[in-house]
Design a protein around this ligand. Structure first.
Ligand code: PRX
Length: 645
């Protein structure tokens, strides 16, 4: 079954944006002459001042610069809203379905434009100006999208924090971004549970290191009990009622920041990935149209939360720039039961569904019978993102959800890349389950060995030249940007992923080659979880690795050494899981915690993680050479007491 091929379907190829011949010709043109190619593609969005320069890039770490369309000016919110008003003003931009499914509302482009203008005026009235950072900690409601676009409208930089992150994580991001204002809801609803979003923000702001926030705007979602700080906290609806509906879009340079989004790396605190305006908008809108083969009028559903890059590029900026009708679901697609996804698809006649392998595996585990009632005739294209999809899950998605009629596009990309980088265009590229297949226009992937020399077969995945959606810097730390992405393999952007390339040139992503793990499609730095664990007063040392997990892709396995005299109890294990939840968020809480009297280290004190990874994966036979360890017997103890047997 390996290299099992699913040819392009005729009914898709017959009416597609990009067919086989066009893909080859356009891809070639995009790498032969990027200036000409992207100069032409840039016209797909509206510019206030047209650009005369297209690409100005050097990946040389000593002279690193990445600029696209640098003398053009535009506004991202105008591209998502104003440009549609004349011809598509009454088209539905957002269909919102509540967590419990009882409420469905629709917002047209004209209505969304009015809401955004009003709220942009609210932000202005609160003193927010071009270049200020605004933190958004919102559930999946229309107002979350309004908040983002209102920031973009006045040139403020939004920093969306996923609503599952803890108060400490919010505080860290506010401090790093020097954010002046926070937008939050009283509570969020997910899977029937109320999440105390305002309470979390209160706790974050109680941190004495948070000094920049002047105002908190609170959207009332549930009406639940919240604390109120007079003079700081303001109700969304009060402010909105006073605001005017006319707000011209600010003229932004193509390279002005649009947003910051924090993501985990192998070391240190999460990095503020900075995306700018022009190149990002061109790339997000082009990839959305071509990779999902989007046609006007189709209902498009991306299940990602707005707190992640997928939510930014493929729930907000890409589809709205294309005038798409987007479904925004407040809750989780397998609650209250597995058939929820099918019900939503049929109820709203979804044509394009974009989700994560972890959800597909969770649905698979529930059994096919839940999908017996799925009509699914509206579905045309299925997408996945976030982690490698195992071929079994791919086929299940294709057969059970797509009824064998819908191409599956496995899209590989990252927070840093801004948009999809490797994916099978549905009308152009034959699919192979488990492979993200071939690069998008302008993307030049290459596999290299540890020395940076190009290799065939398997290696580290680098991208050899720029594309417009690329991140421009780590907010406030340009040196870290250069170090992280451009110094390992000078002259190239290093993705942190490993990959294999087969005889057809198809890429198969094998996973991270650094200390980053991918849990349910969410990226976690093992170093971050370790520092949360060692911050607990009972913990002396901790090492965290990923291990294969049937549903999540990877689970979090922590080896913990306790302080002398502390008893290793089941209560302490629970307390540590709770502790990480509080420090970072539920998504970082270890699945398994093994008590480790000591950790395997080299004589110089470096923790040998590859042994820990193998033990966590229950692959103890092939550990390799342990003689470099200061005390090889440590390994035997860990093997005997391992948890994932
Ligand atoms: O390891 C790759 C994995 O997710 C990482 C990026 O995570 P993040 O920045 O959170 O963005 C996720 C959504 C774009 C990558 O370095 N990854 C993402 N998509 C895929 C994938 N791995 C394999 N196949 C994919 N389709």
């Amino acid at each position: 079954m390996i290299n099992d091929r699913y040819p392009v379907m005729q009914h898709i190829a017959d009416n597609t944006h990009v067919d086989k011949a066009k893909y080859q010709a356009l891809y070639q043109a995009s790498v032969d002459d990027p200036d000409a190619f992207w100069g032409e593609q840039g016209k797909r969005i509206d510019w206030m001042t047209p650009y005369s320069k297209v690409k100005n890039v050097s990946f040389d770490p000593h002279n690193l610069h990445i600029r696209w369309y640098e003398d053009g000016t535009l506004n991202a919110s105008a591209n998502c809203l104003d440009r549609h008003l004349a011809e598509r003003g009454d088209t539905v931009a957002l269909i919102w379905e509540s967590d419990d499914g009882d409420t469905v509302s629709q917002v047209t482009y004209r209505e969304l434009h009015a809401k955004v203008c009003r709220f942009a005026n609210v932000l202005k009235a609160q003193g927010i100006q071009k270049g200020d950072v605004v933190t958004i900690y919102m559930p999946m409601v229309v107002e979350a999208v309004v908040s983002m676009l209102a920031c973009a409208r006045i040139g403020a930089i939004h920093s969306v924090v996923f609503a599952g992150f803890s108060p400490d994580s919010i505080a860290g991001r506010i401090i790093d971004g020097k954010s002046k204002l926070v937008i939050v809801a009283d509570e969020g609803l997910r899977g029937g549970r109320a999440i105390p979003l305002k309470g979390n923000v209160d706790e974050a702001l109680a941190n004495s290191d948070v000094t920049t926030v002047e105002k908190v705007i609170v959207f009332k979602r549930t009406g639940g009990d919240i604390d109120w700080v007079e003079g700081r906290d303001l109700w969304w609806h009060d402010l909105e009622a006073e605001a005017g509906s006319d707000c011209p879009a600010a003229e932004m340079n193509a390279e002005d920041p649009l947003f910051i989004l924090y993501t985990s790396g192998s070391t240190g605190k999460p990095k503020g990935v900075l995306h700018t305006t022009g190149g990002y908008m061109v790339y997000a809108s082009l990839t959305h149209e071509v990779v999902f083969d989007y046609k006007p009028g189709e209902v498009y559903w991306c299940t990602a939360d707005i707190g992640w890059i997928t939510g930014h590029s493929y729930l907000v900026y890409g589809p709205l720039a294309n005038g798409a009708t987007c479904l925004l679901h407040e809750g989780v697609p397998n609650w209250p039961g597995p058939s929820r996804l099918a019900e939503i698809v049929d109820r709203h006649q979804v044509a394009i569904l974009y989700t994560a392998p972890t959800l597909i595996r969770a649905l698979m585990a529930q059994g096919e019978e839940h999908f017996a009632k799925l009509d699914g005739k509206s579905l045309r294209i299925l997408g996945t993102v976030g982690e490698p999809i195992n071929p079994e899950a791919w086929r299940w998605y294709h057969q059970v959800i797509g009824k064998g009629r819908c191409p599956v596009v496995d899209t590989w990309w990252q927070t840093e890349t801004g948009g999809i980088m490797i994916a099978p265009l549905p009308g152009a590229v034959d699919a192979k389950p488990g492979s993200a297949t071939l690069p998008f226009f302008g993307v030049q992937p290459q596999l290299v060995d540890a020395t940076g020399a190009p290799v065939a077969g398997e290696g580290n995945l680098v991208i050899t030249d720029s594309w417009p959606g690329q991140m421009r810097t780590v907010y406030g730390d340009h040196e870290r940007f250069i170090q992280t992405y451009f110094s390992t393999f000078p002259g190239n952007y290093f993705t942190g992923d490993g990959a294999r390339q087969d005889e057809d040139g198809y890429f198969w992503i094998t996973g991270r080659v650094d200390d980053v793990i991918n849990v349910s499609g969410h990226r976690m730095g093992t170093a971050e979880i370790e520092s949360a664990l060692v911050a607990h007063h009972d913990v002396a040392e901790a090492a965290v690795v990923g291990y294969p997990h049937d549903i999540k892709g990877q689970g979090i396995y922590a080896y913990v050494t306790l302080n002398a005299g502390v008893e290793a109890t089941e209560e302490l294990r629970l307390a540590l899981r709770q502790w990480v939840r509080k420090e970072i968020g539920a998504l970082a809480s270890p699945d398994l915690i093994q008590w480790a009297p000591s950790l395997p280290k080299t004589r110089s004190g470096k923790i040998m993680r590859r042994f820990l990874r193998k033990i966590a994966a229950n692959e103890c036979e092939a550990l390799g050479d342990t003689t470099t360890l200061a005390d090889p017997s440590v390994i035997d103890t860990l093997i005997q007491t391992r948890l994932n047997k």
